[in-house]
Write a protein that binds this ligand. Structure first.
Ligand SMILES: Nc1ncnc2c1ncn2[C@@H]1O[C@H](COP(=O)(O)OP(=O)(O)OP(=O)(O)O)[C@@H](O)[C@H]1O
Length: 272
């Protein structure tokens, strides 16, 4: 087992986190071990990505950090405090932007504040939302409805909605998976810029090895179910990342290393 922890002050820490799901099948309880002894730490401003075979437990790990499902064992701490449920300092976004179709872009972005603190607080946050929309290149679309947006624009609006509550930790589950290759690459560049400018700590689940490397300071490679982290690969590429890096030698060495862990005969390919 490789040491997947880093030195220094962790903002987020997972200690031997396990998740068993229980499924009732024709009267019999079926136990699925989805995540096994997952341990890692992230420091403020670090971006990490989680890669692994379909069904290995990536979303499960993200949902546990978001407090949407409880771990069966182990502990998750945010700045040393145990996380036991949804936390205002943690924002999550999924593959589909899930914007409410009858609300404008601005109203969608303000929705988390409206739900948590009411309409008055949401109105007071308009200036912040406007700045986010400007940063995401959507200023002109503040009063548009979601059907007037392209897929990439809708996803950018969803990023603004996630950022409006100023969470310390961003969790993204396949955020750009539904976009075409070209838009996805653009979104990677923009998302990296947004994260760097806010010193955001982020974990991105992705099926794309290239995206994982492009965005992350560290890539966590997971084994097939029960998902455990078989290796933390620190990405030593300068920031900001640029599309031309993707064709560079070092980038492709990382691609090969991760590919071999996922598909080769190495540790990443073995069941326990
Ligand atoms: N609510 C649940 N109840 C029972 N089993 C579940 C539940 N959620 C997920 N699982 C199972 O846990 C395992 C891990 O699922 P998870 O969604 O975390 O994988 P994943 O790595 O994110 O997959 P993908 O890459 O395909 O999205 C799978 O076998 C899945 O069937």
């Amino acid at each position: 087992m490789h040491d997947v922890r880093s030195d220094g002050d962790a903002i987020l820490r997972l200690d031997n986190v396990n998740k068993h799901y229980r499924r009732a099948r024709s009267g019999q309880a079926d136990i699925i071990h989805a995540a096994k002894d997952v341990s890692f730490e992230l420091e403020r401003g670090q971006m990490a990505s989680l890669v692994g075979a379909s069904g290995c437990g990536k979303s499960t790990v993200l949902k546990m950090i978001a407090g949407l499902i409880p771990p069966t064992g182990g502990e998750i701490t945010l700045r040393g405090e145990a996380l036991t449920g949804p936390n205002e300092h943690i924002g999550i976004m999924f593959q589909q932007p899930t914007l409410l179709p009858w609300r404008s872009v601005m109203e969608n972005v303000l929705l988390p504040i409206e739900i948590r603190e009411g309409r008055k607080a949401a109105n007071a946050a308009r200036e912040r939302a406007t700045q986010l929309l400007e940063m995401a290149g959507l200023a002109e679309f503040a009063s548009a409805v979601p059907s007037e947006l392209s897929g990439g624009m809708a996803q950018r609006a969803a990023i603004c909605r996630m950022l409006v509550t100023q969470p310390e930790i961003l969790l993204l589950d396949e955020p750009f998976g539904a976009l075409d290759e070209f838009t996805r690459e653009q979104m990677n560049v923009e998302f990296e810029r947004i994260c760097r400018s806010r010193e955001a700590t982020a974990i991105i689940v992705t099926h794309s090895i290239q995206e994982a490397i492009f965005l992350a300071d560290s890539v966590f490679v997971m084994s097939p179910r029960p998902g455990r982290i078989v290796k933390r690969i620190d990405i030593d590429l300068p920031r900001p990342r640029t599309p031309d890096m993707i064709t560079g030698n070092r980038f492709n060495e990382y691609v090969r290393e991760i590919h071999d862990l996922l598909f080769g005969s190495g540790e990443g390919a073995s069941h326990d």
